[in-house]
Design a protein around this ligand. Structure first.
Ligand code: PMM
Length: 278
């Protein structure tokens, strides 16, 4: 049975049908360093292609949050993302900005981003809850512990599903206390962030207990390490099949939005899968 879907509207999107967020990492290992013209043009073209392929949201990020990745200054981050956000917003795309920095949130929203996506759940920068509350914008609160540099050693849980749920709820409570409206909030278990492979799989299996909290659930699993680990160590570029399988499983467990690299394939998978439930 197709899970019953809520009639919630979040960020202007009805969530009766699963939604797709395309990943646009504007970092030196993908498109550009410091907003060089060719890098910006390539990133903008990739964002437009994702929208054309059916992405509901394009998530623009200028700081890699992979384990051990170097921290970039807010200035460098802004130089990477702002020209891309300006161009894609003026083309009418719905954009989120993937950042932990309050200053970057502010300028990205001014440049046309609609949604804040914060892997720290607004815990990293003490100014960030006030920015989100002040703009009244939608926000994704992701679960992690520590920082990308330290998170792997913090992956010790009593009961990973229950602990992630409790810790995410405390980020939600902090957001509400800062004046962020409940209908602006989406939550994300942060697969791979302070979670090893079995822990990420367990959180995905237990996703229903997060969905029960009543906030839309966003899941990022595309090409992640646990997909490789469950598929004979397929390399990141070869994890599409596993990412699609796990994405459909996440929807079955109550996810409303999938954050993915492969937009066209994910949109097609969701479309066929839904049609078969009808
Ligand atoms: N994963 C990454 C970066 N940002 N944001 C949210 N909300 N959820 C995620 O799972 C997430 C994220 C890292 O993955 P990438 O390097 O493939 O972008």
């Amino acid at each position: 049975m197709m899970p019953s879907r809520s009639s919630t509207v979040w960020a202007g999107l009805t969530l009766e049908q699963p939604r797709v967020m395309g990943i646009l990492n504007v970092t030196p290992d993908s498109f550009s360093d410091g907003g060089s013209r060719t890098g910006v043009d390539a990133a903008v073209a990739a964002g437009l292609a994702m929208a054309e392929a059916g992405a509901d949201i394009v998530d623009v990020g200028g700081e890699s949050t992979r384990p051990g990745a170097e921290v970039v200054s807010p200035e460098t981050e802004q130089a990477r993302v702002l020209p891309v956000i300006r161009a894609l917003a003026s083309a009418g795309l719905c954009l989120s900005v993937d950042t932990r920095n309050a200053a970057t949130m502010r300028v990205a929203l001014d440049a046309g981003a609609a949604i804040i996506n914060d892997v720290s759940g607004l815990a990293y920068d003490p100014g960030s809850p006030g920015v989100v509350a002040g703009y009244g914008c939608p926000v994704v609160l992701m679960h992690m512990r520590g920082t990308p540099a330290t998170m792997n050693v913090e992956a010790v849980y009593r009961d990973v599903v229950a602990d992630v749920r409790t810790e995410l709820m405390s980020r939600v409570d902090a957001a509400l206390a800062a004046g962020i409206r409940p209908d602006r909030i989406a939550i994300d278990p942060g697969l791979g962030f302070a979670k090893d492979v079995p822990q990420s799989a367990a959180v995905l299996r237990g996703l229903g207990s997060l969905a029960d909290l009543g906030y839309p659930v966003l899941v990022g699993l595309s090409r992640k390490r646990f997909i490789g680990a469950l598929s004979e160590e397929a390399r990141p570029g070869q994890r599409l099949g596993g990412s699609l399988a796990a994405g459909l499983f996440a929807i079955l467990r109550g996810a409303s939005i999938l954050r993915v690299h492969d937009v066209r394939e994910t949109v097609q998978a969701i479309r066929v899968w839904r049609a078969l439930f009808e």
